[in-house]
Design a protein. Structure first.
Length: 290
């Protein structure tokens, strides 16, 4: 009975809890597989850059149209794609590597977004845009998040094999007639699209957490890409459920609670993961020493 009251009753009794869980589940299912590929491509920090890059577009839309879901989504998407393509152009046209070009463009974008909100908005507006509120997700936002998750999964399924080849051997993909550059840009577009969806629930500063932290944790348990994707989705769902329950029972901010639970799963994986966890290495070294 106590387990029901703690773990199930909040979702049974309150519609806002069910909507929040459904939104986070859609984000986990749509975003976690992309997080696995971000980790494989060593682009986790580039993903962080893109999550900040949507801020100017969201800020301008927020100031011009208020809490208009369509305007904020379109503004964030355009800003994120602009930063992704600008960083790609800088990488191709200059000696700078991708990490440096992403860092430069996202810092510019983040500073511009914060400045826009600070000058023309208020501290409450800034907190809303930066950190979001998953417990306030409405039916319209939920429909948007689930639609983006569906489009993302279908697109990823269509490009799955080519994307794996592009991750490990882009030269072979070019020789086989594939367009690695187009594949890369399409992948970045999917990442931006999911970050815009996550922003609706978690805000710009938390949007990447539910995408990347479960993916990093899964790589410490599975060497197989399919297994890592399945595990990352499972970790994302666990993080969302536990984080929402902690937020409900203890009055914690919902977005940070979800991301902190995902971070705890990451720490557990670092310590005890079967594929390179610290504890496993320690015991193997002691066994060989004996």
């Amino acid at each position: 009975m106590m387990l029901y009251e703690y773990a199930l009753q909040p979702f049974v009794d309150y519609g806002f809890m069910r909507r929040a869980l459904a939104a986070c589940a859609a984000l986990a299912v749509g975003g976690a597989p992309l997080g696995v590929f971000l980790v494989l491509r060593r682009m986790a920090l580039a993903g962080d850059a893109m999550s900040h890059a949507i801020l100017p577009g969201v800020s301008l839309a927020f100031l011009c149209f208020g809490l208009s879901l369509e305007a904020m989504t379109l503004g964030g998407l355009l800003a994120g794609l602009a930063v992704a393509f600008a960083a790609g152009a800088v990488t191709r046209l200059t000696p700078l590597k991708e990490d440096a070009s992403f860092t430069g463009t996202y810092l510019l974008s983040l500073a511009a977004g914060v400045l826009i909100i600070s000058v023309h908005g208020s501290s409450i507006d800034l907190m809303h845009v930066l950190f979001g509120n998953v417990l306030a997700v409405g039916r319209e936002s939920l429909l948007l998040v689930t639609s983006i998750a569906t489009v993302s999964l279908l697109t990823l399924a269509a490009m799955y094999r080519s994307l794996i080849v592009e991750c490990f051997d882009p030269g072979y993909l070019r020789a086989a007639g594939g367009n690695g550059a187009a594949m890369h840009q399409l992948f970045l577009g999917l990442v931006v699209l999911n970050l815009v969806a996550a922003f609706q629930a978690l805000g710009t500063l938390m949007a990447l957490g539910i995408m990347v932290l479960p993916a990093i944790a899964s790589r410490l348990w599975s060497r197989d890409i399919d297994g890592a994707i399945a595990l990352s989705i499972f970790f994302g769902l666990c993080s969302a459920t536990i984080g929402l329950l902690l937020s409900y029972h203890y009055g914690l901010p919902s977005g940070p609670a979800i991301v902190l639970v995902a971070g705890l799963l990451y720490v557990i994986s670092v310590l005890f993961g079967r594929q390179g966890g610290i504890a496993g290495r320690f015991f193997r070294e002691r066994h060989y020493a004996a």
